[in-house]
Write a protein that binds this ligand. Structure first.
Ligand SMILES: C[S@@+](CC[C@H](N)C(=O)[O-])C[C@H]1O[C@@H](n2cnc3c(N)ncnc32)[C@H](O)[C@@H]1O
Length: 252
């Protein structure tokens, strides 16, 4: 039966890594990292917090390409175990972002979130917890899905629940950041990039059908293909898009 597992599970991320050819569970893979961090000057001594790091590929990419020393946190233990094995030069901690203060030291120069905030109900609380780990004036980059109108009325479901439970609403982002202890600097609409990335992803899922079925079975293939074809349809119909939001820690 097709709705056996959620895409944010370890198996879901494992399948996405197979399809994407890297340990990424965000749209656009390495191109997206370069785009999202283009305005953050490279500084190998910067302390970076990758909140919701998944399998660690993004943290490793940022560190390898000179953006700083990365610490990744994720709520899902098997992904953190995988990240520690695959990327021993990074630091990976298993915790809920809301509890990050109990698990990770403070003094981070920058916090990044790649397709994570959409999964969190209390977004202001999560942002506040992250602000508590950041230096005065620290940078925040949020790369995420955006509700452009109409998506909430017909959301794509994943294991019986909305696949994207809380996509950002651009007209509320400034207030959300303020409540979370951050000051908005800019919002870039990257919906056209999302459209291109998801069209390519759906094609790659189809091309990897045999490998997905060998790893997880025929139902898993149908499940994965169906979720991303649904997201692509929502993006193509203008209901869903993507944005890069930049902010700095308030009070600096
Ligand atoms: C779509 S994946 C993106 C993973 C990673 N940022 C990447 O780009 O490959 C979303 C990740 O957020 C994590 N996550 C969701 N809610 C979380 C929370 N409250 N605390 C920590 N991690 C969370 C999930 O376990 C999952 O690994």
């Amino acid at each position: 039966m097709a709705d056996a597992f959620a895409m944010n599970s370890y198996l879901g991320k494992q399948i996405l890594s197979l399809v994407r050819g890297g340990d990424y569970a965000h749209a656009g893979e390495e191109e997206a990292i370069e785009l999202a961090l283009a305005s953050l000057p490279k500084d190998a001594s910067r302390r970076l917090l990758d909140a919701g790091c998944g399998r660690g590929g993004t943290a490793a990419y940022m560190q390898r390409h000179g953006w700083g020393r990365a610490t990744g946190v994720d709520i899902e233990p098997k992904s953190i175990d995988y990240a520690r094995d695959a990327f021993p030069d990074g630091t990976f901690v298993c915790c809920d972002i809301h509890d990050v203060g109990a698990h990770v030291g403070d003094g981070f120069d920058a916090v990044v979130m790649f397709n994570v905030l959409y999964a969190i109900a209390d977004q202001a609380g999560a942002l506040r917890a992250l602000a508590g780990r950041a230096k005065p004036g620290a940078d925040l980059m949020v790369f995420d899905y955006v509700e452009l109108g109409g998506y909430a009325q017909a959301p794509v479901l994943d294991a019986g629940r909305p696949f994207l439970p809380h996509p950002l609403k651009i007209d509320r982002v400034e207030g959300l950041l303020r409540d979370g202890g951050w000051r908005l600097q800019s919002v870039a609409d990257i919906s056209a990039d999302y459209r291109r990335w998801y069209a390519a992803l759906v094609e790659r899922i189809a091309a990897k059908r045999a490998a997905i079925e060998a790893l997880a079975g025929a139902d898993a293939y149908e499940h994965v293909h169906g979720r991303y074809a649904g997201l692509l349809a929502a993006i193509e119909s203008g209901h869903l898009g993507g944005a890069v939001v930049r902010a700095t820690k308030a009070g600096a």
